[in-house]
Design a protein around this ligand. Structure first.
Ligand SMILES: [Zn+2]
Length: 401
């Protein structure tokens, strides 16, 4: 792969061994649509290692053996690419980037990201906003990135919104991030300006530790995407921007509770479809409604009919991603036996006691937060959530076994 940047525009050319259908770190197959994309408003003089990591978050699935940058990277950065992916990267000549002092939050507006924001009330936000690509037709016009950007702007936080068409480099399965980390491409290129040393993501317990995001559905201490010692964690660290997961130790029930109790609660939005509020009809709205109803201990309130395909995923026998939250909901939602989930009850023996571990924080997740920011999350979790007992931690560590 050969890559170059000019005025925020990335162009990449495949080498003979590269392939237009590749695999992301979560092993999902992704097909290339086009070899250019733009990230608006980023400086042209960012450290070359920042350009390298931002680039890698976009081109990694299609790169087989080597990557040639248009500016020299540090030996440390090249080593992280080699150790993590077996990729030869060059040219190599730059001094490594110094780790900055600021922690920013990669802010989506969803409950997980609002919960992360609640832990660090002074952290600035960087919000990724999808815009259309000049060369790729937008078949997903219902995705309301403008609504999410407006909500982010109303939070009152210091906010940088980064507009990019990078999701349209993906033809299949649909426009989206080539790697999950591509959401950070703009933040990385702004890292010198913002003096970033860490970037906080709203990935929670399921994504970090239960394999929910990798579709492995088992305990994943060595998660290559989010563990600090994983390939991506080491690559970000080599560029002086540590991956920080403030809510990596807690379930979506906890992030929902924290978000709904947060001063940002008016601005929470996980649905990408509705304009005046969540659409209530999409699969994501249904899933979040299960969590919210459980947290608020009220009956399920959804217009989605019991026969809907949107509900099918969770009516099948397990395992599946998000299963821990379905169990949590089945154990807590009053009258669940009279809803579309009546049949699902047969697959589980979930009780409040058996799902109680999902109300607490898994302590090893705190140890993973880099030192300058660890105490803040540890104190917050101790005060507002509570740490898992050893028996509860074993529920995490035996998940999927
Ligand atoms: Zn929706």
């Amino acid at each position: 792969m050969r890559v170059s940047w000019s005025d925020g525009r990335l162009t990449f050319r495949l080498d003979p061994e590269d392939e237009i259908t590749g695999r992301a770190a979560d092993e999902h197959p992704v097909k290339l649509a086009t070899n250019t994309c733009t990230i608006a408003g980023v400086p042209g003089d960012a450290h070359p290692d920042l350009f390298a990591v931002a680039t890698w978050s976009i081109v990694a699935p299609w790169t087989r053996r080597r990557i040639t940058f248009d500016r020299a990277v540090s030996a440390e950065l090249a080593e992280a690419l080699h150790d993590g992916w077996g990729i030869d990267a060059g040219p190599v000549a730059a001094e490594p980037r110094r780790t900055g002092r600021t922690l920013a939050i990669s802010y989506s507006g969803g409950a997980d990201s609002v919960a992360a924001a609640a832990i660090y009330p002074d952290a600035p936000f960087v919000h990724f906003r999808r815009v259309s690509h000049p060369r790729v037709p937008n078949r997903w016009p219902h995705y309301r990135s403008d609504v999410l950007a407006k909500l982010a702007a109303r939070t009152g936080r210091e906010l940088t919104t980064v507009a990019s068409d990078l999701e349209f480099t993906l033809a299949e399965p649909r426009p989206g991030y080539p790697e999950h980390h591509a959401v950070a491409a703009g933040a990385l290129l702004l890292a010198d300006r913002l003096d970033l040393g860490g970037l906080a993501f709203g990935y929670e317990l399921g994504s970090r530790w239960l394999g929910g995001d990798r579709y492995l559905l088992r305990y994943t201490p060595d998660n290559p995407m989010w563990a600090p010692h994983g390939a991506w964690g080491r690559l970000f660290a080599a560029a002086g921007v540590h991956i920080v997961l403030p809510v990596g130790g807690v379930s979506e029930a906890v992030t929902m509770r924290l978000a709904l109790n947060s001063e940002l609660k008016e601005h929470v939005r996980w649905c990408l479809i509705g304009t005046d509020g969540p659409c209530r009809n999409c699969a994501k709205c249904l899933y979040k409604e299960i969590i919210q109803a459980a947290v608020e201990r009220r009956p399920l309130d959804t217009p989605v009919p019991a026969t809907s395909a949107k509900a099918r995923k969770w009516l099948r026998p397990p395992p599946y991603g998000g299963q821990e939250m379905i169990e949590y909901g089945l154990a807590r939602i009053p009258g669940i036996e009279h809803t579309m989930f009546a049949g699902a009850l047969e697959h589980f023996e979930a009780t409040e006691e058996s799902t109680g571990w999902l109300d607490h924080c898994y302590p090893p997740a705190l140890d993973e937060i880099p030192e300058p920011w660890r105490a803040r999350t540890a104190d917050f979790m101790t005060a507002h959530v509570g740490l898992m007992t050893e028996a509860e931690s074993r529920r995490v560590e035996s998940w999927g076994a």
